[in-house]
Design a protein around this ligand. Structure first.
Ligand SMILES: *[C@@H]1O[C@H](CO)[C@@H](O)[C@H](O)[C@H]1NC(C)=O
Ligand SMILES: *[C@@H]1O[C@H](CO)[C@@H](O)[C@H](O)[C@H]1NC(C)=O
Ligand SMILES: *[C@@H]1O[C@H](CO)[C@@H](O)[C@H](O)[C@H]1NC(C)=O
Ligand SMILES: *[C@@H]1O[C@H](CO)[C@@H](O)[C@H](O)[C@H]1NC(C)=O
Ligand SMILES: *[C@@H]1O[C@H](CO)[C@@H](O)[C@H](O)[C@H]1NC(C)=O
Ligand SMILES: *[C@@H]1O[C@H](CO)[C@@H](O)[C@H](O)[C@H]1NC(C)=O
Ligand SMILES: *[C@@H]1O[C@H](CO)[C@@H](O)[C@H](O)[C@H]1NC(C)=O
Ligand SMILES: *[C@@H]1O[C@H](CO)[C@@H](O)[C@H](O)[C@H]1NC(C)=O
Ligand SMILES: *[C@@H]1O[C@H](CO)[C@@H](O)[C@H](O)[C@H]1NC(C)=O
Ligand SMILES: *[C@@H]1O[C@H](CO)[C@@H](O)[C@H](O)[C@H]1NC(C)=O
Ligand SMILES: *[C@@H]1O[C@H](CO)[C@@H](O)[C@H](O)[C@H]1NC(C)=O
Ligand SMILES: *[C@@H]1O[C@H](CO)[C@@H](O)[C@H](O)[C@H]1NC(C)=O
Length: 838
């Protein structure tokens, strides 16, 4: 790590904040299986990102667990470093004080006892020596207490001790107190305003506790240098005026509930180096007076409710390295003056309502490594000058309205690892010069209007992990896809909704050893499905999507499913595939979504051993039940101060509802009873085939089932009288069922007769106005007549009418179901409706 100059003592803090902040900048970059889905994913992304703190902190927790715990997300700065500010001297060793044990004050002793007495639990016994008898020796044997040579308490240092209690107001009696560190405990209750009596207080760290109430007038403490109150989620009220803060250097209050505006009295804090107020409830505008804080190195105001414009005065901050205004409600344009912040290494203005064009002057920030402008309303072109920012490691401009072409000058960005231009209006082809960005790991150009071919130079990108080129108009032969196999680290390859043609080689997947996500959905690919799912080496594939192409022939027959241990999503729908369903599909242990619909598959289902589909036996916990299908998301953290951007890249795939869609083929035979073993199944669509036989009653075992569509087959016999109470979409119309329509239970919730009729001439029941004692014994309808009418609406004889039935109305509708995202920016979340549908 490069640590430089004045900020050396801050660098750790800096890293930490960056990673913290970015950690939750959950970057979803993957357009997945189809348009609806893509939209849903963005919404999902939104809801994760602009979310309540709860889910944020959940993410943090899980991250911490993976990366060695809380210590990582914490400034490593110690009080000892305060010497450099001319502040307290920790050199007063405890042994010195110990020998002066009798020099203690009764007032202070009482205050300490009161502190101890306001503790509910002390599981580590840290305060065991804090007893009345021991008062005379509080300077020596009381853990965490330090005194000055005259026996006055100047420090209490009790972090990470699982202490549970309140902070006694009597702490105000410790008038000589210079530092108080109670971080990483379980303190609750308010911060006592009596603390302001400790006029020599210079370091106060109460972070990561459960304190609540409002902030006392801490900024009236003349010597306060460090104030850490972060991660006290219930700490509320406004920020006090910054009355006497000339000593203040570091303020860290992230993840608190402080609200109201940022006082412009902040200008009094001329020595402020770090101001971190991210993830709070602050609103109002960004005070112009911030531009007067010339020593400021880091300014974190992300994840708040700030409104108004970005003050151009921020351009006066020559020492500023990090400017984070992301995830607010800022509007107006990006002030060109920010280009004067010559020290800037990271700029986050994402997730606001910023508009206008991107000022080319930003390219003057020659130290910039991270430029994060995604999710705004920015328009105009990507400035040619950006090619001058040769230190750039991450460039995220996605989800704006940028137009024009991708500037060739970006090819000068040899350090660039992360390039995301998704969801803009970019046109033209990918410039050949981009081949110079040999460090690229992540490229997403999806959802633009890009044309031309898939550049062959991509094959030289040996670090490439993710490539998303979907939702464009790339025209190329499938051979171009094969060239990407030279990128041996490639995990995600999204090429959906382009104009790719030609056929994939039969051993296609053998060439992609790390591939997890593969989608060519919505192209014009022809020929057979590659048969190389298994090459005798366990494959990393999780999602494979061949939907909406012109693939022909049979599904590969000879595949050993044990080599596909991770395959969860398998899509073949809307092709011209023939033959029967090969048995190996029934052996895919992790499979959760199988979509073979709208092909020409024949024969009976099934894979004898359908019961080996273990993935269908458990209903995965959906992170968000509105996500109907799989999605991909990335969690990343990074540290722009490190000599190389150390991105930790977590690949997460949304768990989706278990779905099986075999509809609109020519499958025949009975519905295999084995399906009843798939107790986690939520969606089962066998409609529009030639299935015959009865609907076995075992279907009631599918307790998680929500959608059951058996319509348009030749099923006969009676409708089983029990069905899971979770079923809310049900359809058996266009069959030859007979007998009474069951009543009671879930059936009483089905009121739409179109789920029974037309077809089924011998069904009876009140709901279809056909009393069971008058069942006609001859067929009124010829089912086949209706099957031949696509998109039908039918008038019916017999004194009743059927309503218009829309074929499979719910299947697509389901995909559109989404939940409004988090607390803000709903409109722009729905702006993602711009996705085109088939
Ligand atoms: C307080 O203690 C914690 C834990 O030891 C430490 O990480 C932190 O830096 C300390 N606070 C200050 C302001 O030094
Ligand atoms: C309590 O004091 C004794 C010396 O009297 C010392 O050895 C011990 O470590 C102290 N305990 C704590 C928790 O500080
Ligand atoms: C006790 O403190 C005084 C100053 O208050 C100092 O002069 C004296 O040397 C100390 N005693 C010992 C034993 O260190
Ligand atoms: C505060 O610190 C100053 C200078 O270090 C000292 O002179 C003064 O006595 C201290 N005040 C208290 C109440 O300890
Ligand atoms: C403190 O302890 C009490 C009782 O043991 C418990 O109910 C409470 O949740 C704890 N508080 C915190 C902040 O951990
Ligand atoms: C914050 O307050 C809410 C309700 O007042 C409570 O449910 C929650 O547990 C508190 N959180 C913490 C961390 O104390
Ligand atoms: C946060 O503060 C707002 C008022 O600004 C209040 O409505 C809300 O309940 C507080 N939340 C918590 C968790 O304390
Ligand atoms: C800021 O929030 C406070 C409550 O926390 C509210 O009273 C005030 O109107 C808000 N101000 C703006 C400008 O939204
Ligand atoms: C920045 O880029 C522009 C256009 O790409 C170029 O004309 C100019 O010389 C560059 N400036 C520097 C300082 O490199
Ligand atoms: C792209 O441009 C078209 C027409 O100019 C416009 O309708 C559309 O909203 C734009 N899309 C984006 C993402 O800006
Ligand atoms: C940057 O890219 C442009 C266009 O590709 C090129 O003309 C120029 O020479 C490059 N500049 C540097 C410093 O490499
Ligand atoms: C991009 O393509 C879409 C349709 O493919 C079209 O509606 C839109 O106008 C195009 N935008 C531009 C800027 O060309």
């Amino acid at each position: 790590m490069t640590i430089n100059g004045v900020t050396s003592s801050l660098s750790a803090l800096y890293l930490l904040f960056l990673s913290l902040s970015l950690l939750t900048r959950v970057a979803l970059s993957a357009p997945a299986q189809d348009d609806h889905l893509f939209k849903n994913q963005h919404i999902m992304w939104k809801s994760l990102r602009a979310t309540d703190r709860l889910s944020r902190s959940r993410r943090l927790e899980s991250w911490e667990r993976n990366t060695g715990g809380a210590s990582n997300r914490r400034p490593t700065k110690k009080y000892g470093t305060m010497d450099s500010y001319g502040g307290m001297k920790l050199s007063m060793s405890r042994s010195l004080i110990a020998s002066n044990a009798t020099l203690t004050s009764a007032t202070e002793g009482n205050a300490l006892i009161a502190f101890r007495n306001s503790m509910q639990t002390d599981p580590t016994g840290a305060l065991a020596n804090w007893t009345v008898e021991n008062i005379p020796s509080y300077c020596s044997i009381w853990r965490g207490v330090s005194c000055n040579p005259t026996g006055n308490v100047i420090g209490i240092d009790l972090p990470e001790l699982e202490l549970n209690g309140t902070i006694t107001p009597m702490i105000g009696d410790l008038v000589h107190l210079e530092f108080l560190n109670l971080s990483y405990n379980h303190f609750w209750g308010p911060i006592p305003s009596e603390l302001t009596r400790c006029q020599n207080l210079s370091g106060l760290d109460l972070s990561t506790n459960s304190l609540n109430g409002e902030l006392p007038e801490l900024f009236s403490l003349p010597k306060l240098e460090l104030l850490y109150l972060a991660y006290n989620n219930n700490l509320s009220g406004p920020l006090p005026e910054f009355k006497r803060c000339e000593s203040l250097t570091d303020v860290w209050m992230d993840s608190t509930n402080i609200s109201g505006a940022i006082p412009s009295s902040l200008r009094n804090c001329q020595n402020l180096v770090l101001l971190s107020l991210a993830t709070t409830n602050l609103n109002g505008s960004i005070p112009v007076s911030l531009g007067e804080l010339h020593k400021l190195v880091q300014l974190w105001l992300g994840y708040n409710k700030l409104t108004g414009h970005i003050p151009s005065e921020l351009g006066l901050l020559k020492n500023l390295k990090v400017l984070d205004l992301g995830s607010n409600n800022l509007e107006g344009s990006i002030p060109p003056s920010l280009g004067n912040c010559s020290s800037l290494t990271a700029l986050f203005l994402d997730t606001n309502n910023l508009e206008g064009s991107i000022p080319p002057s930003l390219a003057n920030c020659s130290s910039l490594e991270v430029l994060y402008l995604r999710l705004n309303n920015l328009s105009g072109i990507i400035p040619e000058e950006f090619g001058n920012m040769t230190g750039l490691i991450l460039l995220y401009l996605d989800s704006n309205h940028l137009s024009g072409t991708i500037p060739a000058s970006l090819g000068n960005l040899t350090k660039l690892q992360w390039l995301d231009l998704t969801t803009n209006n970019l046109t033209g082809s990918i410039p050949q010069e981009l081949g110079g960005c040999l460090s690229l790991k992540h490229i997403s150009l999806a959802d633009n209007n890009l044309t031309g071919g898939i550049p062959r130079f991509l094959g030289n990108f040996s670090s490439l992990v993710n490539l998303f080129l979907g939702y464009n108009s790339f025209i190329d032969n499938a051979v171009a896809i094969s060239i990407l196999s030279q990128c041996s680290k490639l995990e995600t390859l999204g090429l959906q909704r382009n104009k790719l043609y030609g056929s994939l080689q039969f051993d296609f997947f053998t060439d992609f050893p790390s591939l997890k996500y593969f989608s060519v959905a919505g192209n014009m690919l022809t020929g057979g499905i590659p048969s190389s799912f298994s090459s005798g080496v366990p494959s990393s594939l999780i999602i494979v999507d061949f939907r909406r192409n012109k693939f022909t022939g049979e599904l590969p027959g000879q595949v050993d499913s044990t080599y596909l241990p991770s395959l969860r999503f398998l899509y073949f729908s809307d092709n011209q595939l023939e033959g029967s369903i090969p048995p190996w599909i029934g052996n895919l242990k992790s499979l959760q979504v199988l979509d073979l619909s709208r092909n020409r598959l024949t024969g009976p289902i099934i894979p004898q051993d359908f019961h080996n589909l273990s993935g269908f036996k458990v209903q995965p916990e959906s992170e968000d039940s509105s996500i109907g299908e799989a999605g991909v998301l990335y969690l990343y953290t990074f540290n722009p101060l490190a000599s190389s951007l150390n991105v930790s890249f977590n690949y997460a795939i949304y768990k989706a509802d278990t779905r099986m869609d075999l509809s609109s083929n020519a499958l025949q035979g009975g519905i295999p009873q084995e399906i009843a073993d798939l107790v986690g199944m939520k969606y089962l669509n066998l409609s529009n085939n030639n299935f015959d036989g009865e609907i076995w009653s075992g279907i009631q075992n599918l307790k998680a089932l929500e959608t059951l569509d058996l319509s348009r087959n030749n099923l006969s016999g009676r409708i089983p009288s029990t069905i899971s109470s979770s079923v809310n979409r049900y359809n058996v119309s266009f069959n030859n069922l007979d007998g009474p329509i069951p009543s009671g239970g879930q059936f009483d919730t089905f009121t739409d007769i179109s789920i029974y009729l037309p077809g089924n001439p011998r069904l009876c029941g009140a709901i279809i106005h056909r009393p069971c004692d008058k069942v006609p014994d001859t067929q009124i309808f010829h089912v086949s007549d209706f099957i031949s009418i696509p998109g039908f609406g039918i008038g019916v004889a017999g004194g009743f009418c059927t309503v218009l039935v829309t074929i499979l109305v719910w299947a697509p509708a389901r995909l559109f179901v989404f939940r409004p995202a988090g607390k803000r920016k709903e409109p722009s979340a729905y702006g993602l409706f711009k996705f085109r549908f088939y």
